[in-house]
Design a protein around this ligand. Structure first.
Ligand SMILES: Nc1ncnc2c1ncn2[C@@H]1O[C@H](COP(=O)(O)OP(=O)(O)O)[C@@H](O)[C@H]1O
Ligand SMILES: [Mg+2]
Length: 276
């Protein structure tokens, strides 16, 4: 990692918690690293420390983001190199320390250092519109807004878009943060019954381009229980393919977004539809 880089900083954000931010940070990070990019995933969710679990690195955490900010460790000491992908690193969050330890100046310094070392820096944001979420998005060039196809989730995303347009460094310079919508936990069966918002409605309401649609899948759950991001644990699965395509779109590839439907499910829906 000697050559100087100029990373794209991505924030993975949402208004509501539990929509799939941490899962998506880990999966997009892994997918980009599989494409040969150097990637750091950064946990801004101070106090929760979920990202290290999803990356399977919880036992290897010695120093964290706050240690680096407070000068108790340097960045190289705190970065944890992934055991499966050599260009993937994790900067973990602190579990116990005070959230106010995350200072604006400290975050700026860490982001500048990360920017010069990686191709991509992916920041996993805490939920909501509070200080922690604002700090996570502060230096972002790109925002991946996570929403589930439900009205409340979409409404909360709208508030996040407002923050991205007012509180970020880019906004202050009169520049835009590039925004993408990633729909997660998309359930084909429930979509068929009309319980969920249609994808077109979601992206129309938010009027930002769709980065991908990740299906609701047991593969994702078992991957997070194992501490292996789904593109690594089961690359052939539907959610892994959806994340890999989303990562390639982030890199600028023009790939059409399709609904993640397995042949088996399509068949079931078809018969279900005829019977109804
Ligand atoms: N596509 C998916 N299919 C099934 N479960 C999912 C999917 N995405 C996320 N989950 C589960 O939803 C829960 C919340 O996800 P998480 O990534 O922690 O959300 P957030 O970081 O937004 O709070 C976790 O238990 C995770 O395993
Ligand atoms: Mg999370």
């Amino acid at each position: 990692m000697s050559e100087k880089k100029n990373a794209k900083i991505v924030v993975v954000t949402s208004g509501k918690g539990g929509v799939g931010k941490t899962t998506s940070t880990a999966a997009l990070g892994a997918a980009l690293a599989q494409e040969g990019q150097s990637v750091a995933v950064v946990d801004f969710d101070i106090g929760l420390r979920n990202l290290d679990l999803m990356m399977g690195a919880e036992r290897r955490v010695i120093f964290d983001l706050i240690n680096v900010i407070q000068g108790n460790a340097n960045l190289s000491q705190a970065l944890i190199k992934d055991k499966r992908l050599e260009n993937l690193y994790l900067l973990p969050a602190s579990q116990t320390r005070d959230k106010n330890a995350l200072t604006e100046k400290g975050v700026l310094q860490v982001m500048e250092q990360l920017r010069s070392r990686f191709d991509w820096v992916i920041c996993d944001s805490p939920a909501g519109i509070e200080r922690g979420a604002v700090l996570a998005m502060k230096h972002a060039d790109i925002a991946v807004i996570i929403a589930n196809p439900e009205i409340s989730s979409v409404r909360d995303s709208d508030r996040i878009i407002g923050l991205l347009d007012s509180k970020t460094e880019r906004a202050k310079k009169g520049q835009e943060v590039e925004k993408h919508l990633l729909i997660t936990r998309y359930d084909t069966v429930r979509a068929g019954t009309g319980e969920m918002l249609a994808i077109d409605d979601v992206s129309e309401v938010l009027s930002i381009p769709l980065l991908g649609i990740i299906p609701e899948s047991r593969e994702v759950l078992s991957a997070s229980n194992l501490g292996v991001p789904v593109p690594i644990s089961n690359p052939a699965s539907l959610p892994a393919k959806a994340y890999v395509e989303a990562a390639r779109r982030l890199c600028g590839e023009d790939i059409e977004v399709t609904l993640p439907v397995s042949k088996k499910k399509l068949f079931a829906n078809w018969f279900g539809g005829r019977a109804a």
